[in-house]
Write a protein that binds this ligand. Structure first.
Ligand code: DAH
Length: 368
């Protein structure tokens, strides 16, 4: 009779047979070899190295063996397990190497590829010129003011002393928005911003207002149905024409160069009284072309460049906006921005400014 510790079930012990362990190893090696990538290898691992794998179960059976058989069987189980583990490790290294190589290949950055195929844009010189104008006036204490491009007829004309029958209306080649009875125009000038500023701000006021204006003009080298203008307005107690002259001189020098002289020629605008045209000394020849120097392309050898209109705000305009003309006086001015760009940079065709071709705008860079 044998005691319980000596008895063992031959079926269980069959797992310890050398053929069974060899078969487990062969199967494991095949399963690892069949795993084509790391996830697949991880998925088959428990079946061959986990708690319920043949080698683990075999090890568990060792206890059931009689001591004389245990050492021998134990060595075989350990060898088998080590062999399965070695097969696994080897495959793991191989698959990891493969993965690393693939990642390196697929995620390669080719630093020799061109990076600038998306062409870079440029700021439009009209924008930078508007900013330059604004900067000059903000430095003198002015505020930036804006108004809509679709403007009420009253702001664009009536309040500026251009009544319904005023000849100046006809000269503006106005574009009316439909239906015309609504009285909305595409503003023909930036002067309506004067009215908006007077109605919405407290006196005294100093505002500068660059913007787009529209006229029913065909496009050619010197005309465009849309163009830029800058409007300036100062209303305070005791403002005189001397203030206007000094301010415009600062403006011209900020735009075209230090030391340039300015002159005012009598003119007429309905919203200023008296009114004047502003000329400034040619920044290219400084008048030399009129004193026997070489001919000047910039001023056509005139020595002076005409730039815009100005004057003392008409008391009728102040009154229309509720300001007391006995207490307040003011000056206003308005200039074309394309013109400034054209003579500043020797541009001869206005269409180059309106076309929006980046080959034209790029050379201006970021200049302000
Ligand atoms: N708005 C005028 C125009 O488009 C320009 C102008 C002239 C504006 C005299 C002014 C000014 O403010 O005082 O022709």
């Amino acid at each position: 009779m044998s005691g319980p510790s000596n008895s063992y079930d031959p079926k269980q012990v069959a797992m310890l047979a050398p053929e069974a362990l060899d078969a487990a190893l062969t199967e494991a090696v095949k399963a690892f070899a069949d795993a084509g990538h790391l996830d697949a290898l991880a998925a088959v691992r428990p079946a061959h190295l986990g708690d319920r794998s043949p080698v683990a179960l075999a090890r568990r059976e060792l206890g059931a063996l009689p001591p004389q058989a245990r050492a021998d069987a134990g060595r075989r189980v350990n060898d088998a397990r080590a062999a399965v583990q070695a097969a696994y490790d080897e495959r793991l290294v191989a698959l990891t190497d493969e993965r690393d190589e693939r990642v390196l290949r697929e995620e390669t950055v080719d630093v020799s590829l061109p990076w600038d195929r998306a062409a870079r844009g440029a700021r439009h010189p009209l924008t930078t010129v508007m900013e330059r104008v604004t900067d000059i006036f903000v430095a003198m204490g002015y505020e930036l003011a804006e108004g809509p491009e679709a403007e009420a007829e009253w702001f664009n004309f009536d309040a500026l002393n251009i009544g319904p029958d005023h000849p100046a209306r006809g000269m503006h080649d106005t574009l009316w928005l439909d239906p015309p009875e609504r009285g909305v125009v595409l503003r023909t000038q930036t002067s309506p911003v004067q009215i908006r500023a007077l109605l919405s701000r407290k006196l005294p006021l100093y505002v500068i207002s660059p913007g787009r204006v529209y006229r029913d003009d065909p496009i050619d080298a010197t005309h465009s149905p849309v163009f830029g203008q800058v409007e300036g307005l100062a209303v305070d107690e005791g403002i005189t024409m001397a203030h206007l002259k000094g301010t415009l001189e600062r403006f011209v020098q900020g735009m075209f160069g230090d030391g340039l002289r300015t002159r005012l020629r009598p003119s007429y605008f309905p919203f200023t009284e008296p009114s004047a045209e502003l000329d400034f000394e040619c920044f290219a020849c400084r008048g030399e072309s009129t004193r026997g120097g070489p001919p000047c392309r910039t001023c056509g050898s005139e020595g002076w460049i005409e730039w815009g209109g100005c004057g003392m705000v008409n008391p009728r305009v102040l009154r229309a906006c509720g300001a007391d003309p006995d207490r307040y006086t003011g000056f206003a001015f308005g200039m074309g921005l394309e013109r400034a760009l054209m003579f500043r940079h020797g541009i001869t065709d206005m269409r180059d400014i309106t076309d929006g071709d980046v080959r034209f705008t790029l050379p201006f860079g970021m200049e302000g």
